[in-house]
Ligand binder design. Sequence first.
Ligand SMILES: Cc1ncc(C[n+]2csc(CCOP(=O)(O)OP(=O)(O)O)c2C)c(N)n1
Length: 338
Amino acid sequence: MAKQATSNLLESPADLEKFYRDMHFIRHFERYCERAYRQGKAGGYLHVYIGMEALAVGWMTRIKVGYDYVITAYRDHAHALLLGSDPVACMAEIMGRQGGLSRGKGGSMHLYDIPRGFYGGWGIVGGHTPLGAGLALAAKYRKEKRVVLNFLGDGASNAGVFFEALNMAALYELPCIFIIENNEFAMGTRLEYHAADTELHKRGFPFGMKHERVDGMDLLQVRQDAKRIVDWVRENQKPYLVEVMSYRFSGHGAADNDQGLYRSKEEIEEAKNRDPIHLLEKYLREHNVMTDEKMEAIEQETEEAAARVFEAADDSPHPDPTEVYDHVYTDMSPEAGH
Ligand SMILES: Cc1ncc(C[n+]2csc(CCOP(=O)(O)OP(=O)(O)O)c2C)c(N)n1
């Protein structure tokens, strides 16, 4: 590691390296997911997180893994990976294989890992937001001090059910952080065309909820905001609405090849000036935390790691057709011990 003035650093060098690796790994993992889809190896649909890595890394590294709860929509790969879910099991799920997190029955949009507090992975836009409030209600009822990260998209923040979730969370004072991942688009519809008021965080105001808009591209800023808000919610046991500004570099889903129908190539290139990985590289360079050679090595190592994950997942067999009705509903019978 290069010489550095560690006292000026916002994070320890070891943590900075870990975050840098995580962001690269997520990006490579997502590229392999797109490849799997194009090779016909991933059924259903698939949405990647490329461009938004700092958002998930910043927030997910501020919670207590295995204690706090996380729930999100269908753009869910990064969240599972950051909670420590086995990357091969994530990729195998995305490919619909037996070794997948949901035994190959959910696919990309339905990753779950309950021991790590990950409650999915949901495909109905906005539909999971009351479930996240319910998780917070359960924790509060049991007098635990958990917090819930309840992620949703900017488009999802228009759904009626989201306002119901906000109302109940405020009424019952639930430790739930609604995190709007504002990547500026709901499929091909730009923020200005889908939201009457584009400051989405204001939607917390009518419910008397604390709310604010924060950055989602500069990892170190994200980490600071996330810590402040997670600490506040854990301590005060009340909800919070935070709108995190980001941008998605890839198409909406794997079938959107971004042919300039709703945004120009120039706009995407312009947004890449704030590529979260490059912003962190700039910090690492300016503070002499890491040399360019080391950064290149990490980029390559994480690419190779993602390639190994892809291959291992591809080796996992398809589920046996006789299992099709198994594990779909929880067995609530007395024999099952419930
Ligand atoms: C209730 C419902 N309506 C419509 C859809 C189709 N649909 C899938 S993704 C999407 C856009 C959601 O955008 P946003 O919430 O901003 O999330 P992002 O994809 O940007 O992460 C829509 C309308 C759906 N899945 N569920």
